[in-house]
Design a protein around this ligand. Structure first.
Ligand code: BMA
Length: 339
């Protein structure tokens, strides 16, 4: 197997811990997880399902904060090491293109992705039902809302970190207005972040037990010389509720609706107290990675039990070997997803 390399700027200050001796999993947890505790702000009971990114020699993030009235919103945070975070007490104030206040009614599961010189925040919000909201910023001081990309109902939208064949590209999961008991990952393109089309199917839930109910996008895909490395979530229904695990797949670089490899095993599943116990038990919900092209190190940020944020580590070699070892693709996965 020839070498796999991450294609992105190096990130020497990525948080990191070596794989513990005797660990048999492809990912291992930060020993001081969860990195964000309960009641992190006066009016926020829990922070989870959040995304971080390098910025100005340090890191910034957009965080899902569950207010004490139970309504989720997006909060801004900064960190020098991506592990200890300081948060702004007030939720992010979004404006419209004219600079007028334009808040979503609620906002949850934010992702944060830089494409060219602009940072995009993407979240789930109400648009006469669950839909995708988006905003852009260049300085993390002003946050300008963009047109909502898709009709309701849709969740788990994740932008790719660069244009592909000249277009912005986004994963999403069309769904219904409830706690959707189905769902596949689709992909859409846009020349301008306003008009979205060329919709394709990427992959469906599978017969793998841990992802047999539904799947959804997770972290922004990581570019490698072997394809886009995608961490996503897979859900199974047990007799005591849903269990959310993390899966991994490799998508074609130029036609990412084609899946090249898909791991039949989960790569992270609820095992620790902060993943198994909380507001919603048994949830590992990936939303972002930091990655270093020099060392191949990857730090995955994931929500734990709808209550905390955790970090898990792997390397691009380790995760790729694991995906290849347990590779299992359906004919539909391999196809362009155009019908
Ligand atoms: C999903 C989303 C996530 C949440 C998960 C488990 O449908 O709402 O925000 O983490 O359920 O409750």
């Amino acid at each position: 197997m020839s070498e796999i390399k991450i294609i992105s700027p190096p990130l020497p200050n990525i948080p990191w811990q070596d794989k513990p001796v005797g660990c048999t999993s492809p990912m291992w947890r930060h020993t001081d997880n969860p990195i964000i505790q309960r009641n992190p702000l006066p009016d926020v009971a829990r922070i989870f399902n959040s995304a971080v990114i390098p910025y100005n020699n340090g890191f910034v993030g957009v965080f899902r904060g569950e207010q004490r009235d139970g309504v989720p919103h997006v909060y801004f945070g900064t960190s020098s090491n991506a592990l200890n975070w300081s948060f702004h007490e007030e939720k992010i104030k979004f404006t419209d293109e004219k600079g007028e206040p334009f808040q979503p009614i609620y906002a949850y599961d934010p992702r944060l992705i830089k494409v060219e010189d602009t940072y995009y925040i993407i979240w789930c919000q109400d648009m006469y039902g669950a839909a995708i909201g988006m905003a852009k910023t260049n300085d993390f001081r002003t946050f300008t809302r963009l047109e909502n990309p898709f009709l309701p109902y849709n969740r788990n939208a994740v932008l790719f970190p660069r244009k592909i064949n000249g277009n912005f590209v986004m994963l999403s999961r069309p769904c219904d207005n409830g706690h959707t008991a189905f769902g596949d990952i689709f992909i859409s393109e846009s020349p301008d972040m306003i008009y979205w089309g060329r919709h394709r199917h990427v992959m469906s839930k599978s017969d793998n037990w841990w992802e047999r109910l539904k799947i959804g996008g997770g972290a922004a895909p990581i570019e490698t010389n072997k394809g886009w490395l995608m961490f996503y979530h897979g859900v199974v229904q047990t007799c005591s509720g849903y269990v959310y695990s993390v899966g991994a797949a490799i998508l074609d670089l130029d036609e990412p609706s084609k899946v090249l490899h898909r791991c039949s095993r989960y790569v992270l599943t609820p095992e620790e107290w902060y993943e198994e116990r909380g507001f919603v038990p048994n949830v590992c919900f990936p939303c972002a990675t930091l990655h270093d092209s020099e060392t191949g190190r990857i730090a995955l940020y994931y929500g734990c039990a709808d209550s905390y944020v955790g970090v898990a580590y792997t390397t691009v070699d380790e995760i790729y070997s694991y995906i290849i070892k347990y590779d299992s693709l359906s004919e539909d996965d391999k196809s362009l997803g155009k019908r």
